[in-house]
Design a binder for this molecule. Sequence first.
Ligand code: LLP
Length: 428
Amino acid sequence: MNMLNNTHDAACVEGVALTAIAAQFGTPCYVYSRAALTAAYASYQTALEGRNARICYAVKANSNLAILNVFARLGAGFDIVSGGELARVIAAGGDPAKVVFSGVGKSRAEMRQALQAGIHCFNVESASELELLNTVAGEMGRRAPIALRVNPNVDPKTHPYISTGLKTSKFGVAFATARELYRRAHALPNLEIRGIACHIGSQLLDPQPAADAAGRVLELVDSLAAEGIALQHIDLGGGMGIRYRAETVLPTADYLAPMLARLAGRKEVLFFEPGRSLVGNAGLLLTQVEVLKHGEEKNFAVVDAAMNDLARPALYDAWHDMVKVGAGGTAPAGTAALMGTAPIQARRYEIVGPICESGDFLGHDRELALAEGDLLAILSAGAYGMAMSSNYNTRPRAAEVMVDGDQMHLIRRREEVAQLFALESVLP
Ligand code: LLP
């Protein structure tokens, strides 16, 4: 889904023109649509109607408090991977009792923090974590609620960096040892077994691997039940893909259908941990063309967003569609001389940022009619965009704005340079 519309002869998000957002808050700027967030969440609710299911938004995809708050108001739970994310969920009004805690390297301090907050469940990923959690819970005089994250060894058919359910992956406990670990957990005094979890990867377009994984998980659940270890919930992770380019993306209900078919009639509560599919297409990155360079081999459009703002192209060679959403003010002299007064012609551009690395690109080979000062919207940037941004090259991170109907709300101020080194000090 493209969150842009052209209602008022201008590119708008809901009722607000992107030119107005750029004028008020500057660029680069992430722009989100509350309606798009809500619609994505509703698609899960509809798909899961009649099931005893919980949607735990994967905070890592986009952890802005306003985004978390929108989901908290819709009744979501949260999938977290750090104490920092737990603090955000609580600050945003989320309910800790609806939190599941994933991740391969939880620290003692994070375990204590999560036990104190009363989260629903730790998704434990190793034998050592199980023992440590038992110890930490014991020291606090509590019992830690747990699920084991199992690795079903299913190929999710996605980018290797975001594929997590294969034997070779660092995630989860091997299927073959899971039963043994459940027995161990059952025997430990300070643990309370609640469920089982699995997550095989991200940006999944084919629903079959997730359905196969669910099938494997069910075998384990049933054999554990036969031994007297009963599980209350089955957490199927996240992973549903979104449309970035021309991918065929199934509607949420169709993607979940094969998995839900396998889970028909089960008494366990079903948990899902979607990230990208809730926020990815509900956000874009607004950027301005700074400089056009027409080289012998290539044309470059240097924009004011860079790999520090959106790392996905540099990191995964990911594609993000781009559209021109506003014409520049007065084009600088250089461009005017090059272009003359004729209408701007479309060229094939490398869309790059100002960072001193060749890997700093946002798109290759994009046919666009550009002038300096133009505004570009980089689409499908709501997930793993701002969340993975950095201050590389001492670049203040972008502002974030959420549109709600005809209102725009600044949900994160643009950073200021002085803040970037405020925690540093020189030698005496
Ligand atoms: N649950 C667990 C345990 C996960 O590791 C992840 C994502 C999710 C849920 C959410 O998956 P989603 O629904 O968003 O696919 N930075 C990469 C994506 C990394 C995903 C990591 N784990 C990217 O930009 O494509």
